[in-house]
Design a protein around this ligand. Structure first.
Ligand code: PGA
Length: 261
């Protein structure tokens, strides 16, 4: 399917790394490495504590930023939580919801993930909805059934007509932080399957407008082949996003992949 209908996005997921006082040096280094003419959007998804420093350090408004999680609730007595309203007030662009680490360590269910996506959308930001199977599910042949269910559950919280304001990230759990990447064919097949689910539920126009990212040990060495798959519209990058040079090489790979397409 033609990629011209959607954005290509390279988003860094810093997870729980770096401290706020390291953010400015990181941003300066990244800006020096990043290609001046970019063919994709670049964003950094950082801990809540880093957002305002990053916002100031970036200056360059061509680098988006955002958070790695959000509360499903509006406001009130929810100690420790951060609302979508708070993030939008800081001009965040993107918010990850349903990362497998949040599902695993914070007990996020498919329904909470949908609620969080709706909260983010409701405040004019873009949710990056993560889905992906475990190794056992893959080995039992349940990859597509499981990711389809996750996508359908999240989609049930997304109002009709708002599809182009969401991003889906396919992140097989067995590939996250393990150095083991899904092959371009494996990743491409699941991303195509996700788009087929979108098409069946919301129609061809909506399906072609949703950016679907791949995440799981993407690095400068494998980015180009992954990004050349027709249904992979970018990457959600963990480990490699903490190294400005590696991260910007992944951004370079977007243009290289497009040349080959
Ligand atoms: P990784 O993480 O690139 O370190 O595998 C990706 C992610 O969890 O978003």
């Amino acid at each position: 399917m033609n990629k011209k209908y959607r954005k290509t996005i390279i988003a860094g997921n810093w997870k729980m790394n770096l401290v706020p006082s390291e953010v400015k040096a990181f941003a300066d280094e990244l800006r020096a490495f990043l290609p001046k003419a970019r063919t994709c959007e670049v964003a950094l998804l950082v801990p809540y504590t880093h957002i305002s420093t990053l916002r100031r350090a970036l200056k360059d408004n061509r680098i988006g930023f955002g958070a790695q999680d959000v509360s499903a609730r509006d406001k009130g007595a929810y100690t420790g939580e951060v609302s979508a309203d708070m993030l939008s007030d800081m001009n965040a662009h993107y918010v990850i919801v349903g990362h497998s680490e949040c599902r695993q360590y914070h007990g996020d269910t498919d329904f909470t993930v949908g609620e969080k996506a709706a909260a983010v959308l409701g405040k004019g930001m873009c949710p990056i909805i993560c889905v992906g199977e475990s190794l056992e599910q893959r080995e039992r042949g349940l990859t597509m059934a499981y990711t389809t269910y996750q996508v359908l559950a999240a989609l049930s919280y997304i109002p009709e007509g708002k599809e182009r304001q969401i991003v889906i990230a396919y992140e097989p759990i067995w590939a996250i932080g393990t150095g083991r990447t899904a092959s371009p064919e494996e990743a491409g097949e699941v991303c195509a399957g996700i788009r087929a689910v979108l098409r069946a539920k919301r129609g061809a126009r909506a399906a072609r407008s949703v950016s679907i990212l791949y995440g799981g040990s993407m690095n400068p060495g494998n980015a180009k082949t992954l990004l050349s798959m027709p249904d992979i519209d970018g990457g959600l990058i963990g480990g490699a996003s903490l190294k400005p040079r590696d991260f910007s090489q992944i951004v370079d790979a977007v243009a290289l992949a497009a040349q080959e397409a």
